[in-house]
Design a protein around this ligand. Structure first.
Ligand code: ADP
Length: 509
């Protein structure tokens, strides 16, 4: 919604909040206005209907007693527009609202229920309600004073046609002397009553409600907007604080952490997550630094030897045999350099995800058997005993080339780190859907404190170095990566001076 203009999160939140409040208020105002307007009209209709119905009920009761229609009531009481009769009840002080039949006290009982009801009603709503009583023929028998010479519509002919049953009341609007009235026309089988009430009061109430909503809404909107702004500001303050602290953490001071939040809320979780991320970054940076220094150290030694050998060869003339031995020594160092560079290349490719691991069914028995055949020669030349026990038909899914590289490295290490006279044993077993490869030797072993580091890059146990055994310290870290990629596990058991056993477990097909 706010993408076009670059707004701060705080402004976006306040605007969204304000818009939601405005829409809610507008909806609420519309519903309130319509409901109040309907309710006022309904109440007005109900009270007009009540007034008319009660009047009609009394008239019917009266008629039942007299068993005469209103016309005869009229004649009995001599009600006619021309008659100027008198009745006690209409002489009472508040009866000025009445107009029409003025009954004679001699002919009408003072406690006449019809007029009592009219009188009572008029007393209650003396000023505004107008009533009109008509015969079924539509002739006006009596009406409120406020109507003056005007008349309200009557049920008339319709009422007579429907006289068998009580017809439903008719609700309508009616203009009288420039004023709008709500009218209810009710009839029974005796007479019809029209009750009217000016709508100006209802309109006035609705106008008041409308102005209240009109002025109240923007006010509420402004107040909620300001509140929304403050809420957004206070909620985002901690985010601002995190931004400030995070800015001060750079590659050179990755040991710093964001200050912890005392609350256990989203911000606290964000801080924890960022701190974890910084810790991981710190670790990666440290690894990269270590790796670079180890790599340069590994490259420095053979390069220094190379430079020394070549320098000597250049400084003084040598015999052909001496040149040959210098060149052989140089070749050895170059091979060592090539191994280090090859190892580094493989690790960096693996880490950058450039190496894809094939997933094809292969015979692990065949793969281990081939490696052992090759390694037998190396063991024999070192005078190390070499025995195997390889279960047939052990099949797994994986990358043949990579697995060959990993197993070869383990077996090669076993022979490399086993002195003359020792022995190496390679076993492949199939147990419960798993293949277990055990490579044991009776070699120099690995000290307990070094065991945890043997998969680290460039890690070489000092003893291996001092005994001048060739190696780069990269082999086992590549082995670990290959086995991880095959969901295989590697464990090592070793005792310094008595030998080492590597145990690799694969999931079989
Ligand atoms: P390297 O090229 O030095 O053999 P590796 O990563 O393969 O590098 O092995 C790391 C170190 O672990 C070796 O330098 C050696 O000290 C130790 N190591 C590995 N295998 C054995 C073993 N079978 N017996 C004794 N030490 C071993």
């Amino acid at each position: 919604m706010f993408e076009a203009v670059k707004l701060t999160l705080r402004a976006k939140l306040a605007l969204t909040y304000g818009t939601i409040v405005a829409l809610t208020l507008a909806g609420f105002a519309a519903i309130a206005y319509v409901t109040v307007s309907n309710e006022l009209l309904r109440n007005l209709d109900a009270s007009l209907q009540r007034a008319g119905t009660s009047l009609l009920d009394i008239i019917r009761k009266e008629q039942q007693q007299a068993r005469k229609p209103l016309a005869s009531l009229k004649s009995r009481r001599r009600i006619s527009s021309g008659d100027a009769l008198r009745v006690d009840i209409l002489d009472r002080p508040n009866m000025r609202n009445f107009v029409g039949p003025v009954l004679n006290s001699e002919t009408v009982e003072p406690e006449d229920p019809v007029w009592s009801a009219v009188y009572e009603h008029m007393l209650l709503n003396s000023s505004n309600t107008a009533l009109q009583l008509a015969t079924l023929e539509g002739g006006v028998a009596w009406k409120s004073e406020r109507l003056g010479t005007d008349s309200l519509p009557t049920f008339g002919l319709f009422a007579r046609e429907a006289a068998s049953a009580t017809p439903a009341p008719i609700f309508s609007h009616y203009w009288l002397r420039g004023e709008r009235y709500r009218i209810v026309m009710i009839a029974n089988d005796v007479a019809s009553v029209t009750a009217a009430y000016p709508l100006s009061e209802v309109d006035q109430t609705l106008r008041r409600l409308f102005s209240l909503l009109l002025y109240g809404m923007p006010l509420a909107l402004v107040v909620s907007g300001i509140l929304g702004w403050f809420i957004a500001r206070s909620s985002l303050k901690s985010v601002d604080d995190i931004t400030q602290s995070a800015r001060s953490i750079t590659a050179s001071n990755l040991q710093l952490r964001l200050p912890k939040s005392p609350n256990n809320d989203e911000i606290a979780r964000l801080i924890d997550t960022l701190n974890d991320m910084i810790a991981r970054l710190e670790q990666s940076f440290a690894q990269v630094r270590q790796f670079t220094s180890d790599a340069s150290h590994e490259l420095k030694t053979p390069l220094a030897i190379l430079m020394g050998e070549l320098g000597v060869a250049l400084r003084r003339p040598m015999t052909a045999q001496e040149y040959q031995s210098t060149l052989a020594s140089c070749l050895e160092e170059v091979e060592r350099l090539a191994n280090v560079v090859q190892g580094l290349l493989e690790i960096s490719r693996a880490e950058s995800g450039q190496v894809t691991i094939e997933r094809k069914p292969l015979s692990l028995s065949g793969l281990v058997g081939d490696i052992c055949d090759d390694m037998l020669l190396m063991a024999e030349s070192k005078h190390v005993g070499f025995t195997t026990d390889i279960a047939p038909d052990v099949k797994i899914v994986g990358d043949k080339t990579r697995l060959h590289q990993a197993v070869l490295n383990i077996v090669e290490n076993a022979i490399k780190y086993t002195p003359e006279g020792g022995s190496v044993r390679v076993e492949l077993l199939a147990i419960d859907g798993r293949a277990r490869l055990l490579v044991s030797d009776t070699g120099i072993g690995i000290a307990a404190e070094d065991l945890a580091h043997i998969y680290d890059r460039f890690f070489r146990v000092d003893k291996a170095r001092s005994q001048n055994i060739q190696g780069t310290g990269l082999g086992l870290s590549i082995v670990k990566w290959i086995l991880d990629a095959h969901q295989a596990t590697i464990d090592v058991v070793s005792a310094e001076g008595s030998g080492t056993t590597f145990k690799i477990t694969f999931v079989t097909l």
